[in-house]
Design a protein around this ligand. Structure first.
Ligand code: MN
Length: 254
């Protein structure tokens, strides 16, 4: 099995090396990731300038795994990676420094890497773990959980796109979850730069409690959260309602 590995924290992040170390036990792995941090880049692609694909040395060497840096987004890396390396079966993204739960997955570059795989008809799995302002996740401690998730997901067909979040401490187990859709505050906070000019920070803070069975709930309870996702965003219930209200597919425009 050929496994392409990307992330949005950049190719030199310790999280991608940890993921590659685990992945290389499951197949032939290659790292193709952004040359700089692309967190919150979501599913952006680069279409107005050329991309480059350059071999690089990681701070943590992963035996048997070549690493390439790309001057692009996580989605670019996956598109370029699978065209430069034939017969990729699986794309892994992460391990991200910070969770990607609930509404945050709309902004996540980590998930976009896995999502790009799904758009190309490949399997994609995104991995994220909590971080604080001062501390990165303990990637060494996360490795057994990453391996357990891969064993579970690769042991069964289906599940083209899965968003995985790992708790900070040793997990109580693994749970299948749904995406939390509770709102966040979405506030943009003003501040001042050293020259006295006003600048702004976008903050993402959930404002409501978590629902049982969601990704955020599972993490709060100390479980690994695995959320199966789909590319089709159609709201089936609303579509059925709309079709029932109007003559099927004939909405009067005037
Ligand atoms: Mn990130």
């Amino acid at each position: 099995m050929r496994i392409l590995i990307t992330n949005d924290d950049g190719v030199y992040s310790p999280g991608i090396a940890a993921l590659a170390q685990v992945a290389s036990r499951f197949g032939e792995a290659r790292i193709v990731a952004p040359d700089v941090e692309m967190s919150s880049a979501s599913h952006a692609i680069t279409s107005s300038r050329p991309l480059s694909y350059k071999r690089t040395q990681l701070p943590v060497q992963v035996p048997g795994v070549a690493a390439y840096r790309v001057n692009g987004t996580p989605a670019d890396c996956v598109a370029l990676g699978v065209s430069a390396w034939e017969k990729v079966d699986l794309v892994l993204s992460g391990v991200n420094i910070g969770t990607n739960l609930g509404n945050a997955i709309w902004h996540s570059g980590t998930l976009a890497g896995a999502k790009q795989a799904a758009l190309l008809g490949l399997r994609g799995i995104a991995f994220s773990a909590p971080a604080t302002d001062t501390e990165q996740p303990s990637f060494e401690a996360l490795k057994p959980s990453v391996a357990a998730v891969l064993e579970r997901l690769l042991g069964a067909p289906g599940f083209p796109l899965v968003n995985v979040n790992l708790p900070a401490s040793t997990p109580r187990g693994m749970l299948w979850t749904r995406q939390s859709v509770r709102h966040y505050d979405g506030r943009v906070i003003p501040g001042k730069d050293p020259m006295g000019r006003v600048h702004y920070w976008y903050t993402v803070v959930p404002i409501e409690s978590t629902d049982e069975g969601t990704d955020r709930w599972a993490l709060e309870q100390g479980y690994v959260s695995m959320t199966p996702l789909r590319i089709d965003l159609t709201d089936e219930a609303l579509l059925a309602k709309a079709l029932a209200q109007d003559a099927p597919r004939k909405v009067k425009l005037a």
